[in-house]
Each structure stands twice: as C-alpha cells, then as structure tokens.
Design a binder for this molecule. Structure first.
Ligand SMILES: CC1=C(/C=C/C(C)=C/C=C/C(C)=C/C=O)C(C)(C)CCC1
Ligand SMILES: [Fe+2]
Length: 522
C-alpha cells in the first residue's frame, strides 16, 4: 500500500502504446479520461491528505484496435504557484498553506477575514465534467478548469461565481439527453442568506461565444439552508425525470470556522462537523415548478458522498445512495493513516464505518386521513418504508441493497429511470478497493473481479452500439499493479458476464485515481 500514496507520479504526456492481451471489441472507439491526485510532495513540503494531491489527468484512447495511454498534471494556478515556489503555497482540503512566509501571516488572515470566504484552490482533482462539447476538470470549490481531451493540456479557468452565486459546487453533475448539464452548489452569505443552488448549464451551440453556456447558466431552484452558518456538505445529488433529490445531511460546513481557518492555522477539513443527533432531510425539487415539495421527508443521521441513481415508479421517488453511519471516511484518507500496514492500521484504535448501498422510497402523495405511524409506501418488492408523522413529517427508513460498495456507476442511459445494475468498487475496512463488482438489484446477486496485487479504479460502463439490455456493453477499469514484475493496465470486462475480454498493459507510472468519463469517438 505504502508506495501508492507517498510517491509522486511521473507524467507521460506523449502517447504510450499499450500491449494488448485478449480481444478488445472493435466498436470500442473513444477515450476514457480520468482524474485523481498524483503528487503529494513538493520540494520539502508534503500534503497531509490524499485529496490534497496535485490533479493528474490520464487517458486511454481506443483507436482502430490500438490503445494509447497519456497522463499530464493539470496546470492549474495552484500547480504553477507550487512549482514556482518549489513548496506547497496553496491550501487544500487537508493542508493549510501560507502564500508567502515573508509577509505577516496575521495581515493576510485579516484580509481573508474581511472577505469572509477565502479564495479556494483550482486544483481540480476529483472528476471530469462535460458542458456541451467541452470538458473540464472539477473539484468542489468555485473553480473548474477546461482541458483538452486529446493532449490533456490545461486551458482556461472558469469561476462559477462570475455567473451565479456559488462558492462551492459538486464535481458530480448530471446530464440530460438534450446535452444540458445540471449541478448543485452552495452560496454562502449572498444577501445575508446561505442557500443551496441547483443550476442548469445549457449546451453550447455552434458559433456561441466563449463561455456562452456559463453566461446562459440558469438557477433552477434555491433551497435555503436550515442553518445560515452551517450549511450541509454534499458531494453529489440525484435526478429523476421530474425531480431533483437533495440530501441535507448532518455533516456540515462551519462558515465561521472556514472564515477564520487561516487565522487559526487549521485546514478546511477541520471546518466540517458531524452532528449525529440531527436528522437528515430529504428534499425533492419539482423540475417543472422549480419548487421543493412541502412534505418534510427525513431519515436518521447519515453521511453520503455518492448518489447511485434515482427514478420514479407508481407515485414514488426511489433513490439509491452509498451511505455511512458517521463521517469517518474523510479521516481515513490522511496519508499517515493510509501508510499504516494492516497490523498498525488495526492497532491505531480508530474505527471507520463501512459503506452500504441504501434504497429510499418516497411516496409523493398520501391520503391525508391516514393514521400517524402508518407506512405510506405502497410499492411492492421493497422493505424501505415511510412513516407518516405529525406536522407534515414523514420518517423514511431505507432498504439495505448491498454492503461494502463505493464509487458506484451505472449505465448512464438509465439515469433517472428504473434500472437494475450497479457497477462499483468493493471495499472492506480499508479505503483502497481490491475488487470490482456488478450488483443485480433484482436478484440481489453480485459478480466480482479481482486479481492478486491489483488495485482497481472506479469501473466505467460503456454501452455497446446495438445495446438492447441495460448491461449490453463493457466495463473499463484502470488497474494499478503493486507487483513490480507486472505493469499496470486497463481492464475490459464484458458487463453482462463479468468475464475479462482483454487488457491493455502500459509501461507508465499509473496512479490511483478518483473519477472519470468515457468520451466516444464522434
Ligand atoms: C478545498 C475545499 C474543499 C474540498 C473538498 C474536497 C477536495 C473533497 C473531496 C472529496 C472526495 C474526493 C470525495 C470522494 O468521495 C471543501 C471542504 C469543499 C471546502 C473548502 C475548500
Ligand atoms: Fe465522488
């Protein structure tokens, strides 16, 4: 494990031809592009947390039976400043940095204070997002960075704040079939109010001016935060045909802590707080009326990063999420924890809650005369319930679908629709997955893939051209090998049978990453 996390990765900006074993389907033409942290040491300085590392983009291009690998560090302003200073000068999630040691730290802190919300990093290390034809590297701040799919070069920085009131935005947007992108974020203190904003970024049209999609960006709905100074933290959201699903969880960002973090010399991560005695509120936003449903749906305290999918069936909204019983996940990714060997990890005493995939079933309507305490879910084949309570409250209890899965992906053609399969990483009590898994929600059965010394990334589903069934296609996962004798490789599985179709080995320094996209050849 050790070498995975500490070492800086060498970029391979020139295409490296892969060695192919097995049969890669001829129809698979395009590029799998992914993102994740690749550098945790700059000069004599070291980041504390895995999510702090400099964004390293990498791609596998499938072209006429050949596969080429490339990787390149995102040339963010953060990257450039760090390289120039040969040390960490920009604060990241788990590491606080001071721009210039010669300047008075306190003067700096006060200038930040007067702006309330500090300027955040543009080290966009989490995902790749699409706005029309354009691709961007994303993180959770107000910045995204345009990138070139072929060369992986970094282009302009987009600041959401120039177009809409957003200080933070997720790195997991949704897309509709008309080419529009939807995202959610948090606006802090604008007009004295803290609110969550759902935005629609329209598809850019040929001949549009630069950034037209952002200038035409529209706020679909603003949801007031329950607490002005402590909005919930969120990493993704759900979208059905008619509703947006937003979970306001008791894992919250403390604005006062955020505004004073520089002054106090603490990292951003310490501004997140877990309130296990609070409820988790489930908001459904009607995409047509742009209003929140008035019923107060809630569940027990939980922490969710990834929504899997959401859809409507017989007057219910069904949504599946990967959830935890506490906020310990982010603690697990401190490098000092990741570098522990198994024995030391077990000994250090801290326990980390393990993820489960939970299904919530939300009845959109119910008979007003029904007795309090009644389960108003009328859908069959689920143990998820929703108990009517007084004052318009409905208490939702999930059905546990699967244990120990993270980084869920689906056939995105089925996003917002009734679906059957989840592709994911299988995790146990260690943060780094060793298996990929296909979960069948209908039969509750799973297929798994694993191999010794192999560390698989989030699996990405690509549909076959003449696909009839949901799982007609392939699953792509970049696999980091910890065996010095074997190279890392891209694995291609038949998504239906979970049998290996082929693999493409690359002699390059492939890193463990987070998320990505497959962009088919036009
Ligand atoms: C910089 C910064 C943030 C960064 C958060 C990051 C980088 C989160 C990464 C999460 C991942 C990778 C989750 C995977 O499941 C905050 C806390 C939003 C707010 C303050 C500034
Ligand atoms: Fe994520």
């Amino acid at each position: 494990m050790q070498s995975f996390f500490g070492n800086n990765r060498r970029e391979s900006p020139k295409p490296v031809k892969a060695q192919i074993r097995g049969e890669i389907p001829k129809w698979l033409q395009g590029t799998l592009i992914r993102n994740g942290p690749g550098m945790h040491k700059i000069g004599d300085t070291v980041y504390n947390h895995w999510f702090d590392g400099m964004a390293l983009l990498h791609s596998f291009t499938f072209k006429d039976g050949e596969i080429f690998y490339r990787s390149k560090y995102l040339r963010s302003d953060t990257y450039r400043s760090n390289m120039e200073a040969n040390r960490i000068v920009v604060s990241e999630f788990g590491t606080m940095a001071y721009p210039d040691p010669c300047k008075n730290i306190f003067a700096k802190a006060f200038s930040y204070l007067s702006h309330t919300i500090p300027d955040f990093t543009d080290n966009c290390l989490i995902n790749i997002i699409r706005c029309g034809e354009d691709l961007y590297a994303s993180t959770e701040t107000n910045y995204i960075r345009k990138i070139d799919l072929e060369t992986l070069e970094t282009n302009e920085k987009v600041d959401y704040r120039k177009y809409v009131a957003l200080n933070l935005a997720t790195s997991h947007p949704h897309y509709d079939t008309n080419g529009n992108t939807y995202n959610m974020g948090t606006s802090i203190g604008d007009k004295g109010k803290t609110k969550y904003q759902i935005i629609k970024i329209p598809q850019s049209k040929p001949g549009d001016k630069e950034h037209a999609c952002f200038t035409n960006c529209e706020v679909i709905c603003s949801i007031p935060s329950r607490s002005l100074l402590r909005p919930s933290y969120f990493h993704s959201f759900g979208m059905t045909e008619n509703y947006i699903v937003f979970i306001e969880q008791p894992f919250k960002l403390d604005i006062l802590k955020l505004a004073t973090a520089y002054f106090r010399g603490v990292n951003w991560a310490s501004c997140l707080g877990w309130y296990p005695n609070d409820k988790t509120y489930i908001h459904l936003i009607d995409r047509e009326t742009k209003k929140i449903l008035s019923t107060k749906y809630y569940t027990d305290a939980l922490v969710v990063y990834h929504h899997v999918n959401a859809y409507e069936e017989d007057g219910h909204v069904i949504f599946d999420i990967v959830a935890y019983n506490d906020n310990s996940l982010y603690d697990m990714f401190y490098l000092k924890i990741l570098k522990l060997d198994d024995a030391a990890f077990e000994k250090q005493g801290k326990t980390f809650s393990s993820p489960s995939c939970r299904r919530f079933v939300i009845p959109l309507q119910h008979d007003k005369n029904v007795e309090l305490g009644t389960n108003i879910v009328t859908l069959e084949n689920t143990t998820a319930s929703a108990l009517k309570e007084k004052d318009g409250y409905v208490y939702c209890k999930p059905e546990i679908l699967f244990e120990g899965i993270e980084l869920p992906r689906i056939n995105y053609d089925y996003n917002g629709k009734k679906y059957r399969y989840i592709y994911a990483s299988k995790v146990q009590w260690r943060p780094v997955p060793t298996k990929i898994i296909k979960c069948d929600i209908l039969t509750k059965t799973c297929y798994e893939w694993r191999e010794d010394h192999c560390w698989p990334a989030e699996p990405v589903f690509v549909r076959a051209p003449e696909a009839k069934e949901e799982d007609d296609g392939v699953l792509l996962s970049s696999i980091v090998s910890s065996d010095p004798k074997t190279s890392s490789f891209l694995l291609v599985l038949d998504a239906k049978t979970f049998k290996e179709l082929g693999r493409a080995s690359v002699t390059a320094d492939i890193h463990l990453d987070l998320h990505g996209l497959f962009i088919p050849e036009k």
